[in-house]
Design a protein around this ligand. Sequence first.
Ligand code: SAM
Length: 190
Amino acid sequence: MKFSILRGTSFVHTLLSNKIKNGDVVIDGTMGNGHDTVFLAKLVGKEGKVYAFDIQPTSIECTTKRLMETGLNSLEGIQLLQVGHENIETYVKEEVNVAMFNLGYLPGGDHTLITKPNTTITALHSVMKLLKKGGLISIMIYYGHEGGTLEKEAVLTMLENLPSEEFVVIKTEYMNRKNDPPIIIIVEKK
Ligand SMILES: C[S@@+](CC[C@H](N)C(=O)[O-])C[C@H]1O[C@@H](n2cnc3c(N)ncnc32)[C@H](O)[C@@H]1O
């Protein structure tokens, strides 16, 4: 994909691609339609591992299809887990380089199945523990739906209060875009 700030995902992928190399262990905390899982799988290659989480069976189906279309389905290191990301620590036991979260609902899916403040915050705390020094977490906060503002506020408050000796946190916002554009956060472990 050509780089453009028109899509927040393009912005995030460009940043993260500088951090991920062959053989790395990474997490997709919100698999959804599988775009980020495929992006991560390409970069870690057959030596690496991708742990992808979502609560919806349709996410697993859609992501499996997308991996097949790109010829990545044979990679043994990809685990598509129909499990809430609040359980990350049960499944991931090694240090990770990168973790991605896209908060909100599944585009084209059930708009009532949304990420929630408590489970998102539990997942973020887990990932911060597992993250290597210099590792990155990306969080795209979509909040235009019912319940979205509550989650946005909870996540922003938690991130604002992270100890600055341990983490660097950057927030990027669209300034002239209508209809609740996503907020993009990058966290780096020092
Ligand atoms: C904005 S979408 C993710 C889009 C995805 N990154 C992509 O590339 O298509 C948010 C996803 O979070 C999922 N979700 C909701 N609660 C979750 C939880 N507790 N753990 C993991 N995923 C969850 C939803 O089912 C939805 O698919």
